[in-house]
Design a protein around this ligand. Structure first.
Ligand SMILES: Cc1cc2nc3c(=O)[nH]c(=O)nc-3n(C[C@H](O)[C@H](O)[C@H](O)COP(=O)(O)O)c2cc1C
Length: 180
């Protein structure tokens, strides 16, 4: 670290959190493992990184139980939750959440083609392989190659996290053309 970096003043964590909570995000379940080793965790740090190759990243606290599973080559899934799945969001963000087969049951009993459980009724499910992980601060950026995409029902409302509340979105007046 250079002298100028060590003297760099950064924002207090609570000020960063106070600003970030104003930025609405979707809510997802990050899942990994099968059977007795299955586990899930609520996340909102999902970024679509690249279409070629299809790549996403999620940011996982270095001490989260699922972090040790997310090593290069490991299979995981990211499921976008619907507005009526707030119970799953809270359950899988709690320290005493179910693990193993109990986690699979809590999610509704479904497994993807990769064997990893996903919550029944999710808006969409992306099955991924860990390409690499990059430690940044107290989190690991998990960069995943997307091997399969499953779309949920077209009319289900996505869950949105904003100002500490779980909410949803309503249609904009004018659809945005993503190709422009
Ligand atoms: C809406 C929401 C989004 C979250 N997003 C993340 C996230 O992106 N990364 C993360 O590491 N934890 C995130 N968390 C926190 C974890 O779900 C929670 O701290 C979990 O208990 C950590 O796992 P552990 O109990 O194994 O430590 C989020 C929690 C909520 C409620």
């Amino acid at each position: 670290m250079t002298g100028s970096e060590s003297e760099l003043r950064t924002v207090a964590a609570e000020d960063l959190r106070a600003c970030m909570r104003l930025f609405p995000t979707g809510v997802a379940l990050l899942t990994a493992g099968e059977g007795d080793s299955a586990m899930g965790m609520t996340i909102n740090s999902v970024v679509s990184v690249s279409l070629s190759p299809p790549t996403l990243l999620v940011s996982v606290h270095q001490y989260a139980r699922i972090a040790g599973r997310l090593v290069p080559g490991a299979e995981f899934s990211v499921s976008f939750l619907s507005a009526d799945q707030a119970g799953l969001t809270r359950q899988f963000a709690s320290a005493d959440r179910p693990a193993g087969e109990a986690a699979v049951v809590a999610m509704g009993g479904a497994r993807g083609a990769n064997g990893v459980p996903f919550p029944v009724g999710a808006v969409g499910v992306l099955e991924c392989l860990v390409d690499r992980t990059v430690p940044v601060g107290d989190h690991n950026l998990v960069i995943g190659l997307v091997v399969r995409a499953e779309l949920g029902l077209a009319d289900c409302s996505p869950q949105v996290f904003h100002c500490g509340e779980l909410t949803t979105v309503h249609s904009a007046d004018r659809p945005i053309d993503a190709s422009t």
